[in-house]
Design a binder for this molecule. Structure first.
Ligand code: CMP
Length: 140
């Protein structure tokens, strides 16, 4: 996967609140193209593996419970400088600290229920996209 792609997940709070379309429209207006997407419910095993880097942190268990609590929407997004551009577009982890106009300021409830995940590096974008999608799932 090229560095012009990144992985996002519309989280269970936003999906259950019918915010998926609004969030995707917001990101498309920001220049992102949808390269692949799916709707799914993560198992505890999948959520634990996806967030393994946070294992042992105080919020890990709550994070896994939340991410398995409902449907979510992983997607690969494309744009120049995709990883950094998406991190800018979604805003700070805690919506109270997120800049005006960011996805989390607009749609997130709290640091835990924060509407969207985005990869934090090209390396993780590649690994995280692979977690949900095969190369053949991606639009070329
Ligand atoms: P995300 O970008 O999906 O990556 C890890 C997630 O852990 C983060 O968003 C938050 O939803 C969640 N989280 C919950 N509590 C904290 C915390 N105190 N610090 C960082 N992340 C947290």
């Amino acid at each position: 996967m090229s560095s012009n792609r990144t992985l996002a997940i519309i989280k269970p709070d936003a999906f259950a609140g019918s915010k998926a379309g609004l969030i995707l429209a917001h990101l498309e207006k920001g220049g992102f193209k949808l390269i692949a997407s799916r709707v799914m419910k993560l198992t505890h095993e999948q959520a634990g593996e996806f967030y393994a880097v946070h294992k042992g942190r105080p919020f890990y268990q709550e994070l896994v419970e939340f991410m398995t609590s409902g449907y979510c929407m992983p997607m690969v997004l494309g744009r120049d400088n995709a990883v950094l551009a998406l991190r800018d577009s979604i805003g700070a982890t805690d919506p109270a600290e997120a800049a005006a106009g960011t996805v989390r300021k607009l749609y997130a409830e709290s640091k835990g229920r924060n509407a969207i995940h985005a990869s934090d590096s090209d390396e993780n974008a590649f690994r995280e996209a692979r977690f949900f999608f095969a190369e053949t799932d991606l639009i070329r």
